[in-house]
Design a protein around this ligand. Structure first.
Ligand SMILES: NC(=O)c1ccc[n+]([C@@H]2O[C@H](COP(=O)([O-])OP(=O)(O)OC[C@H]3O[C@@H](n4cnc5c(N)ncnc54)[C@H](OP(=O)(O)O)[C@@H]3O)[C@@H](O)[C@H]2O)c1
Length: 331
């Protein structure tokens, strides 16, 4: 594909939201060692994509401008780089791109083979695109809380905040697959959706009961997958069981320090902060569940590459129930 160009959406600096996205024609990238070139079918926007553009991870991310964002992709292998034996031309795959290189908001992208798995025909492209970052984060957060999937969990009751979000909807389903009692928080309009995916009890976070996070049946939480923001420890604390653990996936300096304090003071109830670490075996586990129909990607909306700005704005608004998908090839 050397010398050929593709359509891509990139930004040249921090800030500006969707207005900062530029539609450009750029060279198709070449796969290096242990990389594959993909012709993309669909990609998903995650909050981290616009948070990087906003400058929330500066000066580390992005490493340079212009930057093509988006890490969640699915597509077809066009070319394998040196050393690649596990994928060949024509294979359909799902990848989590390297956050530093990104490149997903385009017609083609290079993916690291380490974080790529085959896409079974049972999973449509849009649903596949929604899996990597959100479902793997949900899985890792549950494991961090102590949930086990290969044997019965010690944990019995779990709370999932912002359960209608991309991560939360997967967390609810995975927690039910691990046979936990799930209490979830979301807005009133999403209660039926969250229940339909298995939540046993749902709290409307805009009511006083919801704000207190009290389980309607009086259960104490052994673990909390905290996908929302702005809830104080003093709200969680009385609702936790003796060794209850809050896993916060939105770390701030304050929560990091508080987490360390809880650890060094040997507190029974803990706050643990978590950031996704890409693991191929976890992506495989997730894709297998999706193939078997045990894990569903809830899609909020689908957009074309031309209208990627609408998808970007929707994610920034923060009210989507489920995943926001950009279809590169419309099925
Ligand atoms: N640490 C990591 O590695 C990692 C990985 C992935 C995501 N994250 C972070 O985790 C957060 C969630 O990600 P996401 O992809 O799930 O986001 P998302 O899809 O944008 O979440 C949107 C949903 O959250 C609901 N919501 C917002 N605030 C809420 C609250 N206080 N209580 C209950 N529901 C609330 C919204 O419902 P309403 O419309 O009713 O408000 C909406 O349905 C983001 O901040 C993201 O950056 C971290």
């Amino acid at each position: 594909m050397a010398g050929k160009t593709m359509l891509a959406v990139q930004y040249d600096g921090y800030g500006a939201g969707a207005d900062g996205l530029k539609h450009v024609s750029v060279p198709i990238p070449s796969p290096k060692k242990d990389e594959i070139l993909l012709k993309l079918d669909a990609v998903a926007i995650n909050p981290i994509d616009w948070k990087i553009q906003k400058g929330m991870l500066r000066p580390f991310m992005p490493p340079k401008f212009p930057f093509i964002p988006v890490v969640d992709v699915t597509g077809e292998v066009i070319e394998a780089g040196p050393g690649v034996n596990s994928f060949k031309h024509g294979d359909k795959v799902i990848s989590l791109l390297d956050f530093k290189n990104a490149g997903g908001l385009a017609e083609y992208a290079v993916a690291p083979v380490d974080f790529t798995v085959h896409r079974p025909p049972e999973i449509p492209a849009a649903e596949a695109a929604g899996l990597p970052a959100a479902a793997c984060t949900a899985l890792q957060a549950l494991k961090t809380a102590g949930v086990t999937f290969d044997k019965p969990s010690q944990l019995k009751n779990i709370l999932i905040t912002a359960a209608s979000g991309g991560v939360g909807l997967f967390a609810v389903q995975l927690a039910k697959l691990a046979n936990l009692h799930v209490t979830a928080t979301c807005g009133a309009r999403n209660i039926e959706l969250v229940k339909s995916l298995g939540a046993d009890e749902v709290l409307d976070y805009k009511t006083s009961e919801g704000a207190e996070l009290k389980s309607p049946s009086g259960k104490k939480y052994d673990g909390v997958i905290h996908c929302a923001t702005g809830i104080a420890w003093s709200v969680f604390e009385p609702n936790l069981s003796t060794y209850g653990k809050v896993v916060d996936i939105n770390p701030t300096l304050k929560s990091m320090l508080f987490s360390i304090v809880r650890k060094v003071t040997l507190s029974k109830k803990k706050l643990v902060i978590m950031s996704l670490t890409a693991k191929a075996d976890e992506l495989k586990f997730i894709v297998e569940l999706a193939k078997e129909g045990k894990l569903k990607t809830v899609i909020d909306s689908k957009h074309s590459l031309r209208n990627a700005g609408d998808a970007w704005t929707k994610s920034i608004d923060g009210h989507a129930p489920g995943k926001i998908i950009v279809q590169i090839i419309v099925e």
